[in-house]
Design a protein around this ligand. Sequence first.
Ligand code: GRF
Length: 196
Amino acid sequence: MAIVKSRCIVLCSGNGSNIPHIVHGISEGFLPIEIARIITNNPKSKSIELAQTYQIKSTILPQENEDRNSELINLVTEENPDFIVLAGYIKKIPKELINRFKNKILNIHPSLLPKFGGKGMYGIHVHAAVIAAGEKISGATVHLVTEEYDEGKIILQESIPIEANDTPDTLSKKVFDIEKKIYPLAIKIFLEENAP
Ligand code: GRF
């Protein structure tokens, strides 16, 4: 009997650095999913090359605000995915999609939420704030997306110790090593929790 795969859309603004690890999870047979389309707001996003490499459909939506949002909603409606994965998507998700995909949008954040989340807390800014606050541990969190930045239910979290000589850069690399592992794992947990 053929396995029914859940279909997802990946939204991305920058390097799409989580995409290869999710694709690896798929090709290894760990994740019974299909990426229907990668959508980016940034014409320079590396996710476009990644989409070509992995033969995934992709779309760039460079417009601002309402125009982008309505195109995004149209595209998502067309693809009709089961869930949405954010891979470094820094724009706000339109309310309509948040409501339509309630508890079906996943994000990964490079801190131990609820600490160091919220508007402006992305990338190196997070690690700089963690170090400035004198934290002894940091980590990554996969969570469901709500209307508020970084506030939805946590699916999975993993931590690492911060060494005295860590800089935002070194911490960022350590945290990314965790992200590689936990994003595919969290998607798997999400699929199991949402199994029909
Ligand atoms: C991830 O590392 C995650 O922490 C955050 O965005 C980062 C990916 O950004 N959500 P990029 O793919 O390197 O641009």
